[in-house]
Design a protein around this ligand. Structure first.
Ligand code: GSH
Length: 252
């Protein structure tokens, strides 16, 4: 589990759950959604990615790749959204979002891992490819180059520096994978309220925010009617209103 060891007295003295997040970041939405579902109070440590506020030495000391989300919980730094979800389940077992049945739990882990593994090559590639806009300015990229040590992230942002730079072939490949996975989710949701049955689990927490991200780039959700019914049911939940709609009005 990505826990970032630190001996900064200010961080060590932090009490409660502090969430470093950004409104439109789908990985941040997951953690906000989980915190709301579990009714865990949290301190808002907003990182404005549009203003590139993550590109500081101080923030890279919290998250080694300078990404959101990250949390500090009672002095401990945890990063990587899927791992934050797992960590919070262990630390706050009440209102559990983890199925007790081992097979269902394994399936939940599969759906969580899917989003981690495919975040950059599929989800981000499709969303940034459709958006067609550079992810960094030359000025912010120069700062990024000095801070970022992760070669995959560096390569991605170097590639997206000029408009329309993600090859169409990569966007098409990502779209094919997205269509296949949403078909699978749509079939599952024919007969159940939530992805793994009649209880909310971390699988839902990981997937509902994908809607909020992908709809901004006109993903054809009308092809997946069961998934859309599911999203519409989520839109009625207070957790969705607080964690997603409040921050992304177009997904309300
Ligand atoms: N695998 C990471 C991905 C996090 C991620 O890519 N965060 C994006 C926002 S969705 C970010 O912080 N981008 C800032 C940047 O690239 O400089 C996770 O699941 O937490």
């Amino acid at each position: 589990m990505p826990i970032n060891p630190n001996n900064n007295p200010e961080i060590l003295a932090t009490k409660g759950v502090h969430l470093f997040h950004y409104s439109y970041s789908n990985c941040s939405m997951r953690v906000r959604l989980q915190l709301e579902e579990k009714q865990i109070p949290w301190v808002d440590r907003y990182v404005d990615l549009r203003a590139q506020k993550n590109l500081t030495k101080e923030y890279f000391e919290i998250h080694p790749q300078g990404l959101v989300p990250a949390i500090i919980h009672d002095g401990k730094i945890v990063y990587e959204s899927a791992d934050i979800l797992r960590y919070l389940e262990e630390s706050f077992p009440e209102i559990s979002l983890v199925p007790s049945d081992p097979d269902t739990r394994a399936e939940m882990e599969y759906w969580l891992d899917w989003t981690s593994i495919n975040h950059l090559p599929v989800i981000k590639t499709w969303a940034y490819g459709r958006n067609n806009k550079p992810t960094k300015t030359p000025e912010s990229m120069a700062i990024y180059e000095t801070l970022q040590k992760d070669p995959e992230l560096l390569a991605f942002h170097r590639q997206t520096l000029s408009e329309g730079a993600i090859p169409q072939e990569s966007i098409d490949k990502a779209e094919k994978i997205l269509f296949a996975v949403f078909n699978e989710l749509d079939t599952k949701l024919k007969s159940t309220d939530f992805l793994l049955g009649d209880q909310v689990t971390l699988a839902d927490i990981a997937w509902v925010p994908q809607y909020a991200l992908l709809q901004r780039n006109d993903f054809p959700f009308e092809k997946f009617p069961n998934f859309m019914d599911y999203v519409n049911r989520w839109k009625q939940r207070s957790s969705y209103k607080e964690a997603i709609a409040k921050w992304v009005p177009a997904a309300a």
